[in-house]
Write a protein that binds this ligand. Structure first.
Ligand code: PBG
Length: 332
């Protein structure tokens, strides 16, 4: 590419000198259409509980869900993602609560589908909120057993689809799960149920506050490095994404977000499939803390989300979804 022009006839600042021209040539913008709102659920009734590790984010009992869903609706957020905090007594080593049709997620899906139209629901397929050890799969011979885990994940996915989940989002990083899940969904006539594969999910240190929020931080030391990707690598993304597309993924997710902009843009350039990114809990809490302490201003949040879009994200899962839609108008 030849970039013509020479100073002083070429002055790049000319197209930056007022708000109207900046607006006119902006390549990326943010709107509700780009945002997916995660919501945490808890047992009980009539409770909205603050999550300490994630200031500004709450856990809701199912009856209180409308408190946050009405906001999502008001701001025209297209899709919400549900995550449960399973009470300790309902957890076991195989995560069987994941298959209970009256678990938090199933009740949450049913409420949304009954009371909100034109609002999509996305649900995580993985066992970590339901296992005593906090791993995404089941343990056999001291390892997270891929193929035994698949059998449970398939049932979890079909159950969520039965309840009305629109987007099944396997975040467990087991090999081969997209294929078996797509097959079972189709066999059970859920041909319209979409699959968002967390195709490129790193074993990241930025998930800390989330694990606290869903209570998957167990006493056993969690190391998910034997199944989630090594953050020193990027080449693997080509095989991960190709396989998941072949197996039937409708879109793919990159997770975390901001430290992985290179990964997002590689997928965007090489695969013509919508790429979503997940601005995870650690990113959220750090930014929030920085703004609270006035080390950075609120526009930094907007900047982080625009960066994710600029890298190629079609949509972003972010705990800031509602906040940013409220405050965005201020930024010029
Ligand atoms: C696990 C899961 C995790 C997140 C979403 N689903 C954490 C993990 O892999 O331990 C993290 C999200 C966040 O940090 O915001 N299935």
């Amino acid at each position: 590419m030849k970039i013509l022009g020479k100073f002083p006839s070429t002055r790049l600042r000319r197209v930056r000198n007022s708000d109207w021209i900046r607006r006119l040539i902006s390549e990326n913008n943010l709107s509700a259409n780009d945002l997916i709102l995660p919501i945490f659920l808890r047992e009980g009734k009539n409770k909205v509980e603050k999550i300490k590790s994630m200031p500004g984010i709450n856990r809701y009992t199912v009856d209180k869900l409308p408190y946050i869903l009405d906001k999502a609706k008001k701001f025209k957020i297209p899709l919400v993602a549900l995550f449960p905090q399973t009470p300790g007594k309902k957890k076991d080593k195989d995560g069987t609560e994941a298959l209970n049709e009256n678990n938090l997620i199933c009740r949450g899906i049913r409420l949304i589908k009954k009371k909100y139209n034109n609002l999509g629901v996305m649900t995580d397929v993985a066992l970590d909120p339901y296992t005593t050890h906090g791993h995404d799969g089941i343990i056999f011979n001291n390892k997270i057993d891929n193929d035994k885990t698949l059998k449970i994940l398939v049932k979890q996915a079909v159950l969520q689809a039965e309840m009305g989940s629109d987007v099944i989002a396997p975040s467990d990083m087991m090999d081969g799960r997209i294929g078996v899940i797509r097959k079972s969904l189709d066999k059970n006539k859920f041909i319209e149920t979409k699959i968002l594969s967390y195709a490129v999910k790193y074993a990241s240190n930025f998930y800390g506050p989330f694990r606290d929020a869903v209570g998957s931080k167990s006493k056993l030391k969690i190391n998910k490095k034997s199944y989630q990707m090594d953050f020193r690598n990027s080449d693997e993304l080509f095989r991960e994404v190709s396989l998941d597309i072949k197996e039937g993924a409708d879109f793919v997710m990159v997770k975390p977000g901001l430290p992985y902009l290179d990964i997002i843009s590689k997928i965007k350039e090489n695969f013509k499939i919508p790429v979503f990114s997940y601005q995870v809990s650690g990113e959220y809490s750090l930014l929030k803390e920085g703004v609270k302490k006035k080390l950075i201003n609120e526009e930094a949040i907007y900047e982080s989300l625009i960066s994710l879009k600029r890298a190629g994200s079609s949509a972003i899962v972010t705990y800031f979804a509602i906040d940013i839609l409220k405050s965005m108008k201020k930024f010029k």
